[in-house]
Design a protein around this ligand. Sequence first.
Ligand SMILES: NC(=O)c1ccc[n+]([C@@H]2O[C@H](COP(=O)([O-])OP(=O)(O)OC[C@H]3O[C@@H](n4cnc5c(N)ncnc54)[C@H](O)[C@@H]3O)[C@@H](O)[C@H]2O)c1
Length: 359
Amino acid sequence: MLSRNLLRTSARAAGSATRATLPRTTAPAGAAFLHNNNNPLNNADNKDKKHPSPPPGAFARTDDSITVEYPEEDKMPASAPVQGRGGFHMKRTLASFSLEGRVGVVTGGARGLGLVMGQGMVISGANLAIVDMNKEEAERQAVELVEVFRNENPGATRVPKVTAHYADVSDADSVQGCIEDIIKEHGKIDHLVTSAGFTENYNAVDYPIDRMRKLWSVNVDGTYLFAITVAKHLMARKAHGSMVFIGSMSGSIVNVPQPQAPYNTAKAAVRHLAASLAVEWAHAGIRVNCISPGYMLTALTEKILDENPDLKKQWTSLIPQGKMGQPADLMGPLTFLLSDAAQYVTGADLRVDGGYTLT
Ligand SMILES: NC(=O)c1ccc[n+]([C@@H]2O[C@H](COP(=O)([O-])OP(=O)(O)OC[C@H]3O[C@@H](n4cnc5c(N)ncnc54)[C@H](O)[C@@H]3O)[C@@H](O)[C@H]2O)c1
């Protein structure tokens, strides 16, 4: 069951935490959050008191007993494109927001935030190349995106071209082959969005080193490799272009209660990579920005939180807007940063987090 794969009790007792040795529990997902004394909501000492007071620092600490491993591919719920966002309209807005005539690439675009951001590019007029390690799902969603577009734009004279491509973003040869494939299909690339990435939770001293390296190679190397390969293409064409890296609010703050030091560090690297490349490529007319989402409700997080309402309460209690974000909340910020409306914006980190990082 997905829940058992996702949330396990600590491997501390088992010594070094590896996939094979982590003890599975029969507790429901989220049990680690609900049944430990570090969680101020469950502190046994507090239960009988009329006015319980949490121990000092309790709401601002990570909890070593939480271990969440990124699930296997076959345990992942599929995502679906958003309905009712992409119809033709005559509302006035800046023409510079349009991505008409552009070709966009989204890594990790078969699912979750990447899928909906890709859809945002299509709605804004771009053709799209979906890149994912799960090519089958990318192919299915490419067909799905065009279908949704057709339904919402009956009689449209131009239907966007949406293609699916395999790449392991952490592998330089795979990235190079993928970019060549996209250029063969679309003729050019103007925009890149790097959404391939993942998180998992282990306390730092038990984090299996091979998993930590994998996490960094996908989140950081993957962003870097795609960015430089697209930049070389733009420079060879002497064309302007823009990129948005998907970081996370975790690149600026430390989430609680789940421990995830390597993920937080990787996302800080993604944010500063955007700033660094923005400076390095400004002369070539290539803009690079970062979007740092807060807690977003994807098919995956929704499934976890449906099974763990207390965890959802804990997270949302820290968000000034009082709710998690929807993937579609990223469409506008992404389109703005990619488009000519943001032509003097480069190296920025746009936090889309309901105010989480402000408090
Ligand atoms: N969901 C959130 O709450 C949230 C919050 C902040 C930041 N983020 C970031 O947003 C991005 C997308 O997250 P999501 O929730 O949509 O995740 P997701 O797991 O739903 O989707 C990630 C996609 O990336 C693909 N992928 C993973 N490794 C890959 C690799 N090596 N090569 C190619 N493709 C690969 C997966 O197959 C999947 O389709 C990630 O970088 C994540 O860290 C997510």
